[in-house]
Design a protein around this ligand. Sequence first.
Ligand code: FBP
Length: 497
Amino acid sequence: MIWYKSVARTLFGGNMAPLEKKRLEYRPKIPGVLHDLSRVRFVPAEKTAHVREEIAHDFPKTKDRSAHRLMSAIPVKINSLRIGVFFSGGPAAGGHNVIWGLFEALQQLGAGSCLIGFLSGALGLLENQFKNLSQKAIDPYRNQGGFDLIGTGRTKIETEAQMAAAMQSVQEHRLDGLVVIGGDDSNTNAAHLAEYFLRKGCKTAVIGVPKTIDGDLRSSEIEIAFGFDSACKTYAETIGNICRDAKSTQKYYHFIKLMGRSASHIALECAFATQPNLTLIGEEKKGLEQIVEEIVCLIEQRKQAGKEYGVILIPEGLIEFVPEMQGLIQEPRLLDLDPHGNVKVSQIETEKLLASLVKKKLPSLAAQEHFLGYEGRCCFPSNFDANYAYSLGLAATLAVRDGLTGAICSISHLHKSPEEWTVNASPIVSLMVMEKRRGKEIPVIQKAIVDIKGTLFVKFSSLRKDWEMEDRYLYPGPIQFFGDVQSEPPNTLKESV
Ligand code: FBP
């Protein structure tokens, strides 16, 4: 504890805000199974991972790999490892803790270990732009938000030339492992790299770490990716503040669009955290007219009850479930795709569109539109994400040590205390499906959308009528780093067990 303080003081002096410095002191809580890395090993799990036939065809070298679980056992003796890491896609709070975890696990292995970070995402790997991640480099980033230690990017690795460039970089650095910290598309990249390296006889293992604020990288093993909790808590603070403003001034309807790409997980999580009057969930697949009618009806009913204000949450991915909405928005930029073929939904002003359509029916409506997106990606990680991401970093080093490749690390039982968490690694190919991107069927990790038959959504449906008319707003305030609720997992995890 004392040395953290001295590091902060000597390295940064007055260049850190008080909370930045304070966060350097936090020691992440880890699963019991990670307390002594010299006494655990990834062993094949009882349940074999199922790989779809059409996917297996593209991944002959990695299709038959088993799922693994970290168990008490004496590992194969390895004194040092060389690992490379990069961030991929949008930032998510906790990323720096994954690097810290990787580093500390390597330190425990032995003196000859090294960690290098490729800069600006996969591009750094392709161009061999990197940085040595020493203790001195990592220290100021412990428990801090963002990905700025090494940067990130959305470069897709797809061509044979790109695969070869990636292999050249890992071989030049004699890497035992390459860790890809990313979402669904980035881990799809990782699966392709693992397959290619095996095919070419390259010994570098490729291990994925699940990151994304969107909450859509999930499977039976991956309960949530890191970053979701911190982003939702950040948005929930602002939504709560807006609810209170709405109730205080009683003159506006607030249309709040929330980031989260296709799936509405963030909107659903924030709905539980703040209980606004209406939360649209894309996965309900309502038509545009129905949605507008629903909002109009809400506003009219509330008016009759003397309430001419309210708060409405809109997931940014709504547009993907309401086909008429795409046609209504004329600007060509709105159909821009990212390098992975995803529609850039964060740039589509759905909140403004809906407010204007409602206004056509209710001209006296006083609306305020908001977009909560980028501000949730680089906040300080909540203690939950700080613990989770750090543990994933430790696990990823062990996955390399234990000879896994083409696997994504995950942690289960996240609704319990960290001590009780269990650590797994699943073959990435078992998460993949064929999907049409840019008009072509390609293998990708399936995005998990909100299950409208699932426990969480069913609970939401039973409560939402009450939230419409009664103001049941909750004001969660900023992320809590100290005190009773400092390590609360997201509602999504608590409610879905
Ligand atoms: P990842 O899937 O890479 O984690 O990114 C998530 C996200 O924040 C989405 O919620 C959002 O639609 C998108 O990134 C925005 O991307 P960009 O940073 O390219 O504007």
